[in-house]
Design a protein around this ligand. Structure first.
Ligand SMILES: [Zn+2]
Length: 163
């Protein structure tokens, strides 16, 4: 695109929602990236691939939590949902005895039921057969899916930075 009074005005009209500081950050980012030998297009593909990987991880976590809600035991006192947390895993969660986890009623104020367990959180998760059918793709697969990743990140597939 030719650089003239009209195209400069159009550029600033089109990018008006972005602050001057943000635009300077973008220029600085492109400068750092290109100085290290990457094209801006390569940088965009990396960012898009990482974003897709994060979306996959969130989907897996949501899948596991949904199975947890269905399979985890109910509170024996009030019938409400129970939470599970590790104990004796770090300085701030120490309890006496060789316990590895604690079940506690989600209704902390109204019910307050809790029970220590010698099984670890991961042993409990295994016991309930909770395992996501989703998997994080091998990292290079995100680069084999540039279109999908680009769409997810809402980035253009290619930009001509040569003019
Ligand atoms: Zn309860």
């Amino acid at each position: 695109m030719e650089l003239n009074k009209d195209t400069i005005k159009q550029f600033f009209d089109d990018t008006a929602p972005y602050t001057w500081g943000f635009k300077k950050d973008v220029l600085n980012f492109i400068k750092v990236v290109t100085e290290k030998g990457y094209t801006p297009h390569f940088a965009m593909r990396c960012i898009a691939a990482r974003r897709q990987a994060e979306i996959d991880q969130v989907n897996i976590l949501e899948d596991v939590l949904e199975q947890w809600r269905k399979k985890a035991p109910k509170c024996p006192k009030c019938g409400g949902p129970m939470h599970l947390e590790p104990v004796n895993s770090k300085p701030s969660d120490q309890v006496p005895g060789s316990y590895k986890s604690i079940w506690f009623c989600a209704n902390l104020m109204g019910c307050g039921y809790d029970e220590l367990s010698k099984k670890s959180v991961s042993e409990w998760i295994k016991k309930f057969g909770i395992k996501s059918k989703l998997t994080v793709r091998p990292y290079n697969q995100y680069f084999e899916l540039p279109k999908e990743a680009m769409d997810a990140a809402n980035l253009p597939e290619d930009i001509d930075f040569t003019d």
